[in-house]
Design a protein. Sequence first.
Length: 287
Amino acid sequence: MTSGESAGRDGAIAFAPSEPNVAASCCSLLYASPLAELLVRPSLHPGGSAGTRELLQAAGLAPGARLLDAGCGPGASARLAAAEFGLRVDALDANLTLIERAQSSGADRIRWRHADLLALPDGPATYDAALAECVISILPREPALAELRRVLRPGGRLLLSDVQVMNPIPELAEIGPLGSALCVTTAWGPGELEDQLPKAGFAIDRRWDRTSSIITLIDRIEARARVLNLAAHDLGLDLATIAPILGGPGLDALGLEPGAIRRSAAAVRAAVTRGDLRYVAVVATAT
């Protein structure tokens, strides 16, 4: 092990992460909750597995290529990349709980690592591609992109999907942790991707719109919340009672109590309908 590296429980390679910002903390709190995973799984980002598959297909990577999954969460995208595309994946996340949970499911050709995305534990030109799904928006842009460029070989591909705000949406600042988890409170601004990626050493090859995936994710969260509420009611319980049983913080801390979900969903849908909120996918080449 190198300096600053330690072994987490179950053997996960761990690196001490630096202090996260507020948005990243909200995402970390939410994504580590078993209840949140029930509401959002299998993927904790808009587009889900279909969006990940589309990015990997656009990259055209050969089997055996090395992929960094930056901000891998519970590991759905990493498992897809390894199983369907034959890639060798390093799946990194700043949340050790998520890494340990992902590692416990097992997967060939994946190395699970607890690491700070602003200080990646790899040398220059390590990877053929980096996957960053709804993660750069919750981090300081310039250092995050600089780290990804550093660990990519020249000609390597950055596969990015993230939320973009086209006009100010004040109500989204008030929807709590769920809004942060959906990346809407720290989304990219108009033209910011086109400005920041070339500055960081990337040439944009292709960009396409996946805004409908935001609505799909919101629909899934609302539908599952209703099912969980009904199941809890049949047992004489409620979601506030179930959350501590499953482990993790309560619903108020997560912003997942039913009223908050309804308010968040309404705000996000209205923003998408107005054209103020978008979800974009980008494939860029390290120059």
